[in-house]
Design a protein. Sequence first.
Length: 403
Amino acid sequence: MSLVFNIEKFIGEKITGRSESLLTKDLNNFHETLSKEIQGKKVLVIGGAGTIGSSYIRALVKYHPAKLVVIDINENGLTELVRDCRSRTEIELPEDFKTYPINFSDKVFYKIFKQEGHFDIVANFAAHKHVRSEKDAYSIEAMIENNVLKAKQLLDFLLQYPPTHFFCVSTDKAANPVNVMGASKKLMEEVILAYSNKLKITTARFANVAFSNGSLLAGFIDRVIKQQPLSCPADVKRFFVSPQESGQICLCACILGESGDVFFPKLEESSMVNFADIVEPYLNELGFELKSCQSEEEAKSSTGEIANGKYPVYFFKSNTSGEKLYEEFYTDTEELDLDKCYNLGIVKNAPRRPIAELENIISEIKTLFQKEHLVKADIVALLNKMLPNFQHIETGVSLDQKM
């Protein structure tokens, strides 16, 4: 096994096919605007320890904010964020920099906000992001609580202390959603759009972030470290961006957008990559030869061959609930601006529900969650009522049932 693996180089050469960031031209074209809006400003990043949040921070600090406060429930993730940023030569954290391992719905968060603010820029990356988080009513309740209810609670609070820029991350899965995670993010978009005439709010939908925390590809690293077999869907294609690009997309959306704008990367369908096509180059990079297996059992029983340079991989046909075999960044009914940015498109003038209507929706959700014997189908039915384009794919199989 090779001890040297340049993950950023691998992503560019084997996954995205880009030698430079997708956002290079846009960052150059809007450098003056980005500098003007960020330099010397106070910034709060919620969920900043994750892959996208931390990448946003690394993109942001190049424009020299005066103050940066980062909130995340992942204490270990915050530790790594600090170590990573302090170890890089190309960026410098502001002198006034603080991290707090807390939930943004905790009482202490509001104390910190009032004491450390007023913030010019607030970016929220706190979210349940995995399709695997919809296996039952309990996990879905937690997901909607985080992605929708807490997001609205934050918006109500920000009305008292409005930032110049507020950003809340979304997902490509919010366009014509087929899983509850995507539906929860679509509902989140509905919430923030309802507030877009009171606050300057933007969001972004984007592709899979290659090797992001908790992703299938990041799992490959853990499996190899532990000398365990790999497992990969044979039939799922995705658009990919690098972690660096994910942060830059969100930064551009946060600063450059008009209120209510939904940003997305301009990516050609031909650039989609099958997960299965990443496996062999990845193993070859580490000095292994791929050994294809027909079952989880065969893959697990073949780990003895790893010492001989052959790595077992089980390729399977995807059959889990809510799994979409393709990605969409926008729907046929959404109005697009494809001219403002070189490699970013913008959904403009998305329909905005009145806040009173959203209040009723939130009330229905809370009432449903008070049921003592809640089942997944009850929540899906309510989401179908609230989001007519939601077409849930239910197979009865979750990712927790797979290797």
